[in-house]
Structures are given as C-alpha cells and as structure tokens.
Design a protein around this ligand. Structure first.
Ligand SMILES: NC(=O)c1ccc[n+]([C@@H]2O[C@H](COP(=O)([O-])OP(=O)(O)OC[C@H]3O[C@@H](n4cnc5c(N)ncnc54)[C@H](OP(=O)(O)O)[C@@H]3O)[C@@H](O)[C@H]2O)c1
Length: 352
C-alpha cells in the first residue's frame, strides 16, 4: 500500500445499514477519502443503496450525497469486497455478532477497519480483532464519533487545567424511545448482540473512562430484559481515589445524551455529548460553586468527517495509533463487567 501524502484512501462499506448513510456521506465529505465500494448480502440491495444515495437519480432520497456519475462498485457479498485490492479501508456497520469475523477477515486482506460499536460481543472477540489488525499492520478504531469533535478537545483542556479540582464523579445518560423501532431491529436481538448497554451504554462507559483516565475497580448494575436483551440499564462504577461514576441507558425513555464530570471545585456539563443537538451550536458549560456558570461555545465540527479523516491520515502515513485500540478494549472490558453485574446482581471486580 502506498504511503504517499496525496493518496486518496478508498473506502468500502460492509452492509447497507441505516448508519451507513451518515458515514458514507462523511467519507464523501472527508478530505482525501473516496467511497469506492458497497457490499450487501444481496447485490440488488447494494445497487439500490447506491441509487438512493446518488444525486439526480429518480430514486435518490433527501440524504443523497454521491455526485452523479460517481463510480461505486457494488458486491453481493462482504467477502468479494474484501478481495478487491483497490480498497484501503472498510467501515463495518454490521450487527455486533458479526464484528469479530468481518474485522479479522478485513485485516487479513490488508484493510484498515473502522468498526461500529459495540465492538463485538465480548472482550475475547475484541482482543482477537485487535491482534489480527496489529499482526496485519492495520488500524482498528470503533465508530465513537464524539471522540473526534473539537468540543471533546475543549472539554479535555478544562479537565487538564484542574479548574474542576479533584475529580470525584462522572454521571451520564444515553437513552431514546425505541417504540418505533421495528420488531426485527438488531437492537432487540440477543443473537445479533443487541441491547442498550452495547448500543448506548458504550458511549457512557467511553466518556467515563475518557474523563477519569483509568479503569474502575468494580462495578454494579441492574437491568430490565425483554427477549434476552437489556432494554434499560443503570450502572455504578467505583474507581480508585474515592472517585465514582454512574450512568443509565435504555430504549424506553425519551432521547437524552447527558454528561457531567464533577470535581470538588467545579463541573463540566454537556446535554448532548454524543452529538450536538444543533450542529451549528456545539457547547458545554463549566459550573463553579455558588451558581457561577460559563458557557463554552465550540466551532462547527462534523465529527464523523473528522473521524474518517483521522482514519485516512493513519492509513496514508502507515503510523498506527494504538490508543484507539486500547480505548475500545477498555470499553469492552467494562461493558462485559457491567453486563455480568446486571445479570448476576453481584458487584463485579474489573480484572486488571
Ligand atoms: N456510531 C453511531 O453513531 C451509530 C449509530 C447507529 C448505529 N450504530 C451501530 O452501527 C451498527 C449498525 O446499526 P444500524 O442500526 O445501522 O443497523 P441496521 O440498519 O440494522 O444494519 C445492519 C446491516 O447489517 C447487515 N446484516 C448482516 N447480517 C445481518 C443480520 N443477520 N441481520 C440484520 N442485518 C444484517 C445488513 O446489511 P446487508 O443486508 O446489506 O448485508 C444490515 O443493513 C450497530 O452496531 C449499531 O450499534 C452506530
């Protein structure tokens, strides 16, 4: 693979997932990236996906982003796409139960992998994915877009400034009302790796680890299950140094995406940490004591485009960034412990 600074990174997408529209558009908008191929289990579906996303086509929908005449190759199997030597990187928005298999196969074919969250079904699978990508000299990253927003850097600067004092607590929530999701939605399927912990709690865990900088010592959780998947979960995490975190996630509550990071002198509050309610108005608040509040506004940033550009830079330079892999492995480890705690009702140690 060329490492020329000008090289355009050619992307393939495995599966015509709903989220593939957003990320396909991001690939198209990102500097030095090109959407080169889409694979589906059914080639007609891949063709229809391209038609639907191509400007000016009779079947194009409002989310069309491909220029008329764009050459996007379609495949009737994921395997065929991976065999295409022109593809540098793949985006994998498949159900979690398929993440491990297709990430490993992609790495073996020399592709960099952007895999959707929750990464795989458990830590053992996530480790296998990390090992295969490392052995092939390819990057693995999960699709946690908020990590790439300029606001995240701004919140990091506040954390590093010690303005909040000694960190004590992280509280977060990510829920939405899933009553309109079809009965066959992957989120309701135990076999496919559904459930709110992986789908939504993944972001809360990531935010907690990102803010506090290390793994919890132990965790506890409680959940409500339907058809074998958690549709609502609350968790408590204990960290060294008298720090704690808690979060809730679920498919049965109004859309909330809250984050609070509190120290003994102040706190950061975001009411939309996963993605800004208004893309033009990304902001967060720094609260002092006695009601002092400062709103911090952040420049417009399309986080999924930045994510793709980050992956492209890595693919182009060949300089892998292990921090992304460590971060997804830590998230998976905590996710597993919380899942075990919720099912057993016990406090679970997070093995080091
Ligand atoms: N990062 C984010 O912001 C974000 C947002 C939403 C979702 N996600 C994640 O992205 C992934 C996909 O979510 P989604 O809601 O977009 O899923 P979805 O619309 O159900 O798409 C999943 C795709 O996987 C393929 N697939 C292969 N085997 C399948 C099976 N047995 N059952 C169903 N689909 C199968 C299908 O593509 P073909 O039929 O074309 O092969 C399908 O279109 C999940 O891991 C989810 O957590 C991330």
């Amino acid at each position: 693979m060329s490492t020329s600074p000008e090289k355009t990174i050619r992307w393939g997408i495995l599966g015509t997932a709903n989220i593939a529209s957003k990320v396909g558009r991001a690939i198209q908008l990102a500097r030095g990236a090109e959407l080169a191929a889409v694979a589906s289990r059914d080639r007609d579906r891949a063709n229809r996906w391209v038609e639907r996303h191509t400007l000016g086509r009779p079947t194009a929908d409002a989310a069309a982003f491909l220029p008329a005449g764009a050459r996007v190759t379609t495949f009737g199997s994921y395997h065929e796409l991976l065999q295409d030597p022109n593809i540098d990187a793949v985006y994998i928005p498949l159900p979690p139960s398929l993440h491990c298999e297709w990430t490993c196969r992609a790495a073996e074919q020399g592709k960099h992998v952007l895999c959707e969250k929750p990464v795989a079904l458990n830590l053992a699978e996530a480790r296998r994915m990390a090992e295969r990508c490392a052995a092939a000299g390819r990057q693995l990253m999960d699709g946690v877009m908020w990590m790439h927003h300029e606001r995240t850097c701004a919140m990091r600067r506040v954390l590093d400034s010690e303005e909040l004092g000694r960190l004590r607590r992280v509280t977060s929530a990510f829920t939405f009302n899933g009553s309109e999701l079809g009965q066959n939605n992957i989120r309701w399927s135990a076999d496919l790796g559904g459930g709110s912990l992986g789908d939504l709690g993944w972001y809360c865990i990531r935010a907690t680890l990102w803010a506090l900088g290390d793994l919890p010592e132990r965790v506890w959780a409680t959940a409500r299950y339907e058809r074998g998947v958690d549709i609502n979960l609350s968790a408590v995490l204990w960290f060294s140094g008298e720090r704690m975190a808690s979060f809730d996630c679920g498919f049965d509550t109004v859309f909330r995406k809250w984050l609070e990071i509190a120290g003994d002198k102040g706190s950061i509050v975001s009411d939309d940490f996963v993605v800004p309610w208004d893309i033009e108005k990304a902001r967060f608040w720094v609260h002092g004591d006695r009601g002092k509040v400062a709103e911090q506004k952040v420049a417009v940033c399309v986080q999924e485009v930045v994510m793709i550009e980050r992956m492209c830079e890595i693919a182009r330079s060949g300089r892998l960034e292990p921090a992304w892999v460590e971060s997804l492995l830590a998230t998976r480890r905590v996710c597993d412990a919380i899942s075990e705690a919720a099912r057993s009702g016990r406090i679970v140690d997070v093995a080091l």
